[in-house]
Structures are given as structure tokens and as C-alpha cells.
Design a binder for this molecule. Structure first.
Ligand code: GZL
Ligand code: ZN
Length: 331
């Protein structure tokens, strides 16, 4: 009897236990044979940028490339991400990849993943956890630096276009409250803005990274403030809504307009507006992170060390340099 029990435990060595079919909803073995099983919890599908980010990971983690990818769209709700991560844990996937909708609230579920020996790869946005051994690596942009880039561009713009004693009124439209993209871009811009007492930040208000909310909020801001000189919009989708609102109210914008527009993401649709002089500057945030994710997983599979942080860099586009990238822009 004892021998049988010992044999059974050996047969279920840690490597093969993940591939067993059947019980508690685990991935059927015949589906995954020797593929690397990855559970991907994506925060939502709120923007053009997000769609490109999802596609980039799905294009890299394919069966042909040795992966079995499970995907869940959390529709901007943290509880949906936690549910998805828990289901990946119970399925004993090999890796969990997730883009956290907000920075906080992940300690418990990431501890559960750690207890199950499942490495967690954070993509795009950051998590704020007490113990950073709860995730293996973070792949994404430096949001603070993106915010500083916007501030530095505005400094240059003011040097060329603003009278010395003129005060500029700045409206900051923020992305999803509590997301590292919103926190970082606001912090970075504020770092520069607070060194200019002739920049008046009228308000920081959330457009939730969507076109609909961006338009709704901009219409109310145009009713509230008579003189908005600059809008800093933390993603292109909100910028599309802002432009609709400005057009509706007959307010000019862009290179020759009354309202200067600073945007983030630099998706193709927005870069076309930069080329037309409708958006003054677009701070790029690169969503094509799939290759980096696949490379990190392969390294982990081979028992090689990986960095704790992979910073994805981006450019800054104005009418002067946008034409060179427009043609081959993938997203
Ligand atoms: C930025 C990313 C943001 C994009 C938005 O890293 O998290 O989320 O700027 C997206 O378009 O919604
Ligand atoms: Zn003014």
C-alpha cells in the first residue's frame, strides 16, 4: 500500500501535474501537450492602445510558438481580474501575465499565485505591493517620464509662443483614476508645471481613458472655464472626444487654434491628426510588448535570470517628425 502511494506521488511530479486533464477545470492535457500554458488577464478594451496591446501579446503567445494562451478581458474591473487570476491558479497554468487596472489591491491574489509557484509577469501598468517578490518582472513604460516629456514640450512651446507675463490656463484630463498611467503621467507633468508660476492648472479631471467620457467631461469644462489655453489629455481616445467637444462649441484647437492639445499614446489615428496640425504633440507609449513577454517566459523556462523591470521606451511626435512614421505605423 505504502509503495503504491509513493509511486502515485512520483508520477504526479510537479511538471506533469499541470497538464493533467479533467479535475477542477484544469486545461485538458491533450490541448496543451508540451505547450507553455499562460493565463493572460487583460484589464479591458477601453482604447485603441489597449486593443494593440492585447493583439501584440496574442500574436506572440501562439501554439506555433510553443504557447497555450488563455485570455480574459476584465472590462476595467479589478474584481474580474482577481477572478481570472484565481481561475488560472486553480488550472495550474505555467505563467500568469496581467495588466493591472489600478496599482493597489493585488497583494492577496498575488500571494496565492506565489503559494502555487506560478510566476507572475506584470505588463503595461505597475502594481503597488508590499512585497515585490509577488511578481517576477514588470514590462512597460515609465509613466512619470512620459508626463515629464509633456511638461518639457510645453516649456519649449511657451518659450516660443507665450508672452513673458502671460499666464496659460492648463486643463489636465486624466486616465483611469489610480492606474499607474494616470498617477505617473500626472506626477511627471506636475514636476515640471510646479516650476512655472505662470502656468495655472485649472483642474485635473478624469476622462477614464475613453472617447465618450472625454467628450462629456470636455463639454462641461468648456462651460465652466472661459479661457482654456492648453489641454493635457492622458490618452488619444480621450483626445478624440475632446476634439469633438471643441468642434461642437466652435472653439479652435491645434497648431493654429486657441486650444493647444498635448496627447499620449501616439496611435495611428491620432498621428494623422498631428500631421494635420489638429493635435500639437503626442507622447508615444509603446503597446507592442508581446515579444518581450515571450522572451521573458522562454528565459524563465530555461532557468535563466530575468530583470525585475523592462522599460519600454517611446518617442514624441509633432507635425515636424510625424510623417516619417505614419506609413508603417502598425496600430
Ligand atoms: C499606458 C496604458 C494606458 C494607455 C491608454 O501604459 O496603460 O491605458 O495610455 C490605455 O490608452 O487605456
Ligand atoms: Zn489664455
Amino acid at each position: 500500500m505504502l509503495l503504491c502511494v509513493v509511486a502515485a506521488i512520483c508520477l504526479c511530479g510537479c511538471g506533469s501535474v499541470k497538464k493533467q486533464s479533467g479535475q477542477d477545470g484544469m486545461v485538458p492535457a491533450e490541448l496543451t501537450e508540451d505547450l507553455i500554458v499562460v493565463g493572460f488577464s487583460q484589464l479591458g478594451s477601453e482604447s485603441v492602445w489597449r486593443t494593440a496591446h492585447t493583439a501584440s501579446i496574442q500574436e506572440q503567445l501562439t501554439k506555433e510558438k510553443g504557447f497555450f494562451l488563455e485570455y480574459n478581458n476584465a472590462r476595467q474591473r479589478q474584481e474580474n481580474q482577481i477572478k481570472a487570476i484565481r481561475s488560472y491558479i486553480s488550472q495550474r497554468v505555467d505563467y500568469i501575465v496581467f495588466s493591472p487596472v489600478t496599482e493597489t489591491g493585488w497583494d492577496t491574489v498575488l500571494q496565492e499565485a506565489k503559494n502555487a509557484n506560478i510566476p507572475v509577469i506584470v505588463v503595461d501598468r505597475m502594481v503597488d505591493v508590499k512585497d515585490d517578490s509577488l511578481y517576477t518582472t514588470i514590462i512597460g513604460m515609465d509613466a512619470q517620464e512620459e508626463g515629464r516629456k509633456a511638461g518639457r514640450w510645453l516649456e519649449e512651446f511657451c518659450r516660443k509662443n507665450k508672452g513673458k507675463d502671460e499666464t496659460i490656463n492648463v486643463l489636465v484630463m486624466e486616465g483611469t483614476a489610480g492606474s499607474s498611467a494616470q498617477i505617473g503621467r500626472s506626477e511627471g507633468f506636475d514636476e515640471i508645471a510646479k516650476t512655472h508660476d505662470d502656468w495655472r492648472v485649472l483642474e485635473k479631471i478624469s476622462g477614464e481613458f475613453t472617447t465618450t467620457k472625454g467628450k462629456e467631461v470636455m463639454l462641461s469644462m468648456l462651460s465652466k472655464y472661459q479661457d482654456i489655453d492648453v489641454v493635457v489629455s492622458q490618452n488619444d481616445d480621450m483626445t478624440f472626444g475632446i476634439i469633438e467637444a471643441l468642434q461642437e462649441r466652435g472653439v479652435s484647437y491645434g497648431v493654429d487654434g486657441d486650444v493647444t492639445i498635448i496627447s499620449f499614446d501616439a496611435v495611428k489615428e491620432a498621428l494623422e491628426l498631428v500631421a494635420d496640425g489638429k493635435i500639437n504633440v503626442d507622447i508615444e507609449c509603446n503597446p507592442l510588448q508581446g515579444e518581450q513577454v515571450a522572451e521573458v517566459i522562454r528565459k524563465l523556462e530555461a532557468g535563466q535570470p530575468v530583470e525585475k523591470r523592462y522599460v519600454v521606451d517611446g518617442d514624441i511626435f509633432t507635425i515636424d517628425n510625424v510623417k516619417s512614421v505614419l506609413e508603417q505605423r502598425k496600430y
